[in-house]
Design a protein around this ligand. Structure first.
Ligand code: 3HC
Length: 285
């Protein structure tokens, strides 16, 4: 399917950045929807700031910026946003009911061929898909903050997502200049947050138990593990509310397994696959 028109639902922390890369890198026509004019204005302001940075670095010219901005059409109206979209990417707050209501509206107003993607970081794709009459078109398309810089899109397959839908979102992501990974099962946290969130929660426990200062926890992980920013700063960056929503999804879906030794870890240690030092771990070194 040839994708030309994209609708982004939500102009916030993630939505504005996704809209920007869709227009700037992929060259799509983008309708950017939010529920209040002030949210649209703020999102467009952030896009202009980000494009300005790229001009400063001589990665874009002012003419390029004008061309990108001409491709982004802010709107408050759902029908205008999704009415001609080939793909809808929802980037609204992490609330299941809100997402289900939005997906019902996409079902009603978007063309039949449109792909219905969610940038959710934790909510089940299957549950979102239940709100539509075409669950084969529903897929997870998880960007990372800031979407303008981070190179990954995690694609999440729901039980009913079709191969065509997965192939189309891989293509769209690549056109936006991103690498993709496929999460084959609709599990809490998918791949990245399943690994990240427990680490962030432990960083919070270190703070709570006054084990070290905020700065030292960040410094330890930044220098000790070479993370670009420490976990506490990252928590602030991704948003504590988002982190809490993901944690609650974990508690419903994963809870008591959180601190168990994974059987695979035990098995690999028994087999002497200790990682780099034995030249074999998860990867071959
Ligand atoms: N648009 C354009 N340029 C931007 C930008 C944006 N939105 N944001 C940052 N930049 C540029 C800055 O201007 C700067 O350019 P310069 O090097 O030429 O000055 C460059 O990127 C680096 O930015 P800063 O100097 O402000 O700060 P950092 O060096 O710390 O880089 C960062 C910022 C790229 C965000 C880096 O700290 C980083 O990679 N942090 C980790 C981010 C991360 O882990 N994200 C994933 C979070 S998890 C998630 O999103 C999943 C969710 O579901 C929870």
């Amino acid at each position: 399917m040839k994708i030309k028109k994209v609708a982004i639902i939500g102009a916030g922390l993630m939505g504005h950045g996704i809209a920007q890369v869709a227009a700037q890198v992929a060259g799509y026509e983008v309708h950017l929807k939010d529920i209040k004019q002030e949210f649209l204005d703020k999102g467009m302001g952030r896009i202009k700031w980000s494009l300005g940075k790229l001009v400063e670095k001589e990665k874009l010219t002012q003419d390029d910026v004008d061309a990108v901005l001409r491709k982004i059409h802010p709107t408050l109206d759902m029908k205008t946003a999704v009415g001609e979209a080939d793909i809808v990417i929802e980037a609204a707050p992490e609330k299941l009911q809100l997402k289900q209501t939005l997906f019902e509206a996409f079902d009603e107003f978007a063309p039949d061929h449109a792909i219905l993607a969610s940038n959710t970081s934790s909510i089940s794709i299957n549950t979102i898909a239940e709100a539509t009459k075409q669950p084969d078109k529903v897929v997870g398309m998880h960007f990372f903050n800031p979407p303008q810089i981070m190179r990954l899109v995690e694609i999440i397959r729901g039980e009913k997502t079709s191969d065509e839908t997965v192939a189309a979102v891989v293509e769209v992501s690549q056109k936006m200049g991103k690498e993709t990974v496929l999460c084959k099962k609709d599990v809490p946290g998918f791949i990245v947050n399943r690994v990240l969130i427990p680490a962030l929660l432990d960083a919070i426990r270190l703070v709570q138990d006054d084990v070290a200062s905020l700065e030292d926890i960040d410094k330890a992980i930044q220098l000790g593990l070479n993370w670009p920013m420490g976990p506490i700063r990252l928590l602030d960056y991704v948003g504590l509310d988002t982190t809490l929503s993901i944690t609650e999804v974990f508690q419903k879906g994963l809870d008591e397994h959180r601190y168990e030794t994974p059987a695979l870890l035990e098995k690999m240690v028994k087999e002497g696959k200790l990682g780099r030092k034995t030249k074999q771990g998860f990867y071959d070194w």
